[in-house]
Design a protein around this ligand. Structure first.
Ligand code: XMP
Length: 482
């Protein structure tokens, strides 16, 4: 006898959501905010996948500005990943924590060069003890002809400089900048040392993205993926030093002793750092990760667009069933579920949120955007971007090169059993255009359910299984599509 479950597992195309009475008059009246993890909220329920053709700093910055979050992949050196995190953390924020500095004895020529090379409009002038003695901005040196003169002769000296203490709030900074009609406000501690810089430009930029995912210092949020190999704890230490908001223990089979051991080690070494782990696809897997102390569980074994895990190993769970049974368990632990893989449309997002996920992780849907690190190729006059599974042959070879300094041999090559493919996805333009479509679709989906929030969608949603005929009817049919 086969040891077999009595009910078939379901995935996106097996079901539709049943329309319900709705008193929502406009889709702008629904809320897309959600919980990424126990302690982090997002304005939109979308994560960009930790894949090397999807998320590096450019994607993570754009994702966080839109209200989601990007998870920087781990298939690069430890220093490179830390640098990618640092780029996101430095991209925005009302306090520049390490402003560019110069000595009062430096020449104006040196100052101009420094401002140009770092694309900044001003330098804080500090003495050997890091004490602030003045400020030099591009305005001060715009028409200077004698570049050999010293910075001290053209800077605004401390006696005339408006400064503020390190704990100045955004509101207070806004008032000071306005009152004195200045562009830059150095933060100075009680010993006179430089503690940061607030600029009007950064404050204005922050206002352009009202939904942005921000940490308590006003910096964009970002996640960093980590593995379970030796050296992972050192990687975590470096990522935390750069201000990473959430760590993602990312392994193909997350319901394994290796993953559980890593979760416990991270908890022991780093206390209550925000921690996501996965991937799992069952209630039992979710329970074990929750018991080990994670703050969110990533669900999905084999549904991804570039995955061949199910073909190669025979294992997997249809994604809607996997999410629904995981979410039921996770609810008792107050741990959100991230549905990872297989999402092709905004309709899929609505279905998987209705099934119990709090957010979704997207790979190939975002791999075609300008912000992804993938290569652009042109095929028969059309633009595509290259994407690949992180267990594909190419990605595995790339990882081997990063992890071991030695050349890969033919024998090593023979040993690789890929569980992912390399592929091309159509170029889709800027991330913001793609997200506008996805979030618009999600909002419409909520209104078809009469739900103002994702939580209400989960309470009210009723699925109906459909037949192949039902699926055919759901797609454009009997027309010539342009
Ligand atoms: P989508 O469908 O959004 O899926 O492109 C992205 C997710 O796929 C997973 N992933 C893989 N799964 N082999 C797999 O079985 C792979 O090589 C592979 N690479 C990525 C991953 O969970 C990602 O977020």
């Amino acid at each position: 006898m086969l040891n077999i479950r009595s009910q078939a597992g379901l995935t996106f195309d097996d079901v539709l959501l049943v329309p319900r009475y709705s008193n929502i008059v406009s889709r702008s009246h629904v809320h897309t905010s959600t919980r990424l993890s126990r302690n982090i909220e997002l304005a939109i329920p979308i994560l960009s996948a930790n894949m090397d053709t999807v998320t590096e700093s450019q994607m993570a910055i754009a994702m966080a500005r839109a209200g989601g979050i990007g998870i920087i992949h781990r298939f690069m050196t430890l220093d490179d990943e830390a640098q990618e995190i640092a780029r996101v953390k430095r991209a925005e924020g009302y306090v520049v924590e390490q402003p560019r500095k110069i000595s009062p004895d430096a020449t104006l020529q040196e100052a101009i060069k420094l401002m140009q090379s770092h694309s900044v409009g001003g330098l804080v002038v500090v003495d050997q003890n890091q004490c602030v003695v003045g400020m030099l901005t591009t305005r001060d040196v715009r028409f200077v002809k004698e570049g050999h003169q010293s910075v001290s002769s053209w800077m605004t000296p401390l006696t005339r400089l408006i400064t503020a203490p390190p704990d100045t709030s955004l509101e207070q900074a806004r008032e000071i900048l306005q009152q004195h009609r200045i562009e830059k406000l150095p933060l100075v501690d009680s010993t006179g040392r430089l503690a940061g810089l607030i600029t009007a430009k950064d404050i204005i930029r922050m206002q352009e993205h009202p939904k942005a995912s921000k940490d308590t210092k006003g910096r964009l949020r970002v996640g960093g993926a980590i593995g379970i190999k030796p050296g992972s704890l050192e990687r975590i230490e470096k990522l935390l030093a750069q201000g990473v908001d959430v760590l993602v223990i990312d392994i193909a089979h997350g319901h394994s002793e290796n993953a559980l051991k890593m979760i416990r080690e991270v908890r022991r070494a780093f206390g209550n750092v925000e921690l996501i782990a996965g991937n799992v696809a069952t209630a039992a897997g979710t329970r074990d990760l929750c018991e080990a102390g994670v703050d969110a569980v990533k669900v999905g074994v084999g549904p991804g667009s570039i995955c061949i895990t199910r073909v190669v190993t025979g294992f997997g769970m249809p994604q809607l069933t996997a999410v629904a049974e995981s979410a039921e368990v996770a609810r008792a632990y107050n741990v959100p579920i991230i549905a990872d893989g297989g999402i092709r449309t905004s309709g899929d997002i609505v279905k998987v949120l209705a099934a119990g996920a709090s957010s979704v992780m997207l790979g190939s849907l975002l791999a075609g955007t300008t912000e992804s690190p993938g290569m652009t190729v042109v095929r028969q006059g059309r633009k595509y971007k290259v994407t690949r599974g992180m267990a594909s042959l190419g990605a595995t070879l790339g990882r081997y090169t990063v992890e071991s300094a030695t050349e890969i041999t033919e024998k090593d090559l023979e040993q690789i059993v890929p569980e992912g493919v390399e592929a091309a996805v159509p170029f889709r333009g800027n991330l913001s255009e793609v997200l506008t479509q996805l979030i618009g679709g999600l909002q419409s989906g909520l209104s078809y359910c009469g739900a103002h929030t994702i939580g209400e969608l989960q309470e009210k949603a009723e699925f109906i299984p459909i037949t192949l005929a039902g699926l055919r009817e759901s797609l454009p049919h009997d027309v010539e599509q342009f």
